[in-house]
Design a protein around this ligand. Structure first.
Ligand SMILES: Nc1nc2c(ncn2[C@@H]2O[C@H](COP(=O)(O)OP(=O)(O)O)[C@@H](O)[C@H]2O)c(=O)[nH]1
Ligand SMILES: [Mg+2]
Length: 261
């Protein structure tokens, strides 16, 4: 017998493997990028359904967050997520998966900014329902000791950063395209969380709660106003202005250096 509908929202940079995961899990014909992160294939949020061990899952694939801290692009993505959630009747999201391509060996400013945006989307009470999925493990050579240490470091940094922004036990999973056990573990994890919370519902995703509060309406031209008022909308604007300050600071220091002032 199918239990509840477990709705999972995917968040991550372009090319981090969201669509690849969706395709592997649902078996649907999901278009993936031909090259890691070079072009964005997923232009709209789209739900894909699958049934696993008697539970219905809806996986919401989303366009990737921008690889630079840009306000317009990220707000447009947030608006798409809002539109998708509201077209599904403000569905109750059970879990969020944040994707990180393990081939990116260093946590950059944009990765940290995205983790802060993720926290703003989820909110603190929802944080145990966020999973971190590292992808592309089958692209790396773990037998090389030099790289093995680096992968250990990036994983450690990622988990440290995750714990800073999303405390209370979000899990980390490794996704391997050549092996279907890891993605089954991810699905099992979310089913277990829904079942262990029952009969109480899971906490609501902060972003979904705020969309209701600010009267977000699907296909309404003024809907972006509501999106901008949410914690995630505010966070995206803050990250972009920090980036601008950093850029201006750099230009000023460079100018002082060359002009001698
Ligand atoms: N080898 C390997 N390639 C992957 C994995 N995940 C994603 N890719 C590749 O990375 C590229 C970008 O993936 P995609 O799913 O489109 O990323 P998205 O932008 O986050 O949806 C594609 O060429 C995928 O084939 C993985 O776990 N292993
Ligand atoms: Mg995609």
């Amino acid at each position: 017998m199918a239990t509840s509908n477990v709705v999972i929202l995917l968040i991550g940079l372009h090319g981090s493997g969201k669509s690849t995961f969706t395709k592997a899990v649902t078996g649907a014909d999901v278009e993936v990028s031909r090259c890691n992160g070079v072009t964005e294939t997923t232009r709209i949020c789209k739900p894909y359904e699958t049934k696993y061990r008697g539970t219905k899952f809806t996986i919401i694939d989303t366009p990737g967050l921008a690889d630079k801290v840009t306000q317009e692009e990220n707000l447009a993505i947030l608006n798409q997520i809002a539109s998708q959630l509201s077209s599904m009747g403000q569905v109750h999201v059970s879990g969020v998966i944040y994707f990180h391509d393990i081939q990116k060996l260093r946590l950059r400013g944009v990765d940290r900014a995205n983790l802060r945006i993720l926290r703003a989307i989820c909110g603190r009470p929802f944080s145990p329902h966020v999973a971190l999925l590292t992808t592309c493990w089958n692209c790396i050579n773990l037998d090389d000791p030099k790289y093995a240490t680096q992968y250990g470091t990036i994983l450690h940094d990622l988990e440290m950063e995750r714990d800073k922004y999303l405390p209370n036990g979000p899990r980390t999973f490794k996704f391997d395209l050549d092996d279907d056990i890891p993605h089954k573990q991810v699905l099992d994890h979310f089913v277990k969380q829904v079942k262990s919370a029952a009969p109480s519902p899971l906490p609501e995703l902060l972003f979904a709660e705020e969309l209701k509060k600010y009267g977000y309406q699907h296909k309404n031209k003024k809907s972006m106003r509501a999106v901008k008022k949410t914690e995630a909308g505010i966070r995206i604007a803050t990250e972009a202005s920090k980036e601008l300050d950093l850029g201006l600071g750099f230009v000023a220091s460079f100018w002082r250096l060359v002009s001698g002032y």
